[in-house]
Ligand binder design. Structure first.
Ligand SMILES: C[S@@+](CC[C@H](N)C(=O)[O-])C[C@H]1O[C@@H](n2cnc3c(N)ncnc32)[C@H](O)[C@@H]1O
Length: 338
């Protein structure tokens, strides 16, 4: 008898396969070193983290005193076939570490879904959420964090910044990219059933199956030094106009690499999305995403380059005012208007 395969379920499973990518300790350590005193006296919640396996939980317990944490909360989603998730509340009190090392954790009442009532109660108590949430629920995850006005530091795919609602938060300066991006996040631990293929997969010295994806980044609401550093602008527009083609449907120029943004152009500039990793809001405003004045993708001579973000220099230093429009006078002279 022929089996009927529900294609939508297959597609869903494929789409969600990255939901079981676990974060490596070294990648957490590498990122967290940039967040200085943000954690002092704070309640941290890892809300998609089974405390028995999560390296986030392990990291925060190892560094509980040096970070000055007040409390660590972790909840993990119920494993297949189980009705209750895992839960850990850690305050650094005597005996807690030993109990954790011995694998003693509590259970949630329900499945440990980050959207459930009991997890929301824990979320309300938290100051900062730190985790790698399921990619298939990323939009919803971020909207929960923002609606409960929680600070967060999470891992997401690079694609996430092209999601309309997430881009809007970045554009409004409410969230931004952390330090680790692409290859700087060395890889994720994947479960046994995950098929390893290609050069991006390996088994590490602990026997863990690692997949290096090169398409992840950190997203955060926590201030970091990088966000205040200007992008060095070493190129000029004047004299190199041919290197900066203009768009068909926007009064602005296209730049293919962030490092090539000219220092002397004060109009609209289309840049690749990776610009966001270098963005200092005191240097550039983010004007819009991807579209020209006609509401269609930006085009140069009829062709669309990959997604572009439109930015413009912030000019608040009087010595750095852009030259204003020249007005041609009827007598042939030019009047500079300041
Ligand atoms: C990308 S993995 C990362 C796991 C862990 N946070 C880490 O970084 O190692 C996402 C985790 O979220 C869990 N998950 C999926 N749906 C969830 C939900 N609705 N609520 C909470 N956790 C969920 C998955 O089972 C998976 O363990």
């Amino acid at each position: 008898m022929a089996r009927v395969i529900d294609r939508s379920l297959l597609t869903e499973a494929k789409k969600n396969k990255n939901d079981e990518f676990y974060t490596q300790y070294a990648d957490i350590e590498a990122e967290l070193q940039h967040y200085g005193n943000h954690f002092r006296d704070k309640v941290v919640y890892c809300n998609t983290d089974n405390p028995l396996v999560s390296n986030f939980v392990r990291y925060f317990i190892d560094n509980f005193e040096s970070l000055g944490l007040k409390k660590l909360i972790a909840t993990g989603y119920a494993l297949d076939g189980e009705s209750r998730g895992t839960r850990l509340i850690y305050t650094g009190a005597a005996g807690e570490k030993e109990a954790f090392e011995a694998g003693k954790v509590d259970h949630t009442e329900g499945e440990g879904d980050f959207r459930s009532g009991e997890c929301i109660t824990l979320l309300k108590e938290a100051d900062i959420v730190v985790t790698n949430p399921p990619y298939s629920l990323l939009r919803e995850f971020v909207s929960y964090m923002t609606s409960y006005e929680k600070d967060f530091l999470i891992i997401a795919t690079v694609n996430a910044i092209t999601y309309k609602d997430i881009f809007k938060l970045i554009q409004d300066g409410k969230i931004w990219l952390g330090v680790g991006l692409g290859r700087a996040i060395s890889g994720f631990i994947v479960p046994e059933h995950y098929e390893l293929y290609g050069t991006e997969a390996r088994i590490n010295e602990r026997g863990e199956r690692i997949v290096s994806t090169n398409n992840s980044l950190w997203l955060t609401t926590l201030d970091i030094e990088k966000r205040h550093r200007d992008i060095p602008l070493v190129n000029t527009y004047v004299g190199n106009e041919d290197k900066y083609p203009r768009y068909d449907n926007l009064d602005g120029i296209n730049v293919d690499k962030t490092q090539n943004i000219p220092s002397d152009y004060y109009g609209l500039i289309g840049v690749p999305i990776t610009f966001l990793h270098k963005h200092n809001p005191q240097q550039f405003d983010i004007i819009r995403f991807r579209k020209g004045d006609d509401g269609k993708d930006l085009r140069i001579n009829g062709k669309s380059p990959y997604f572009r973000i439109v930015i413009r220099r912030v000019v608040d230093n009087p010595s750095e005012q852009p030259p204003s429009e020249d007005v041609a006078l009827p007598n042939g002279q030019t009047l500079m208007v300041y």
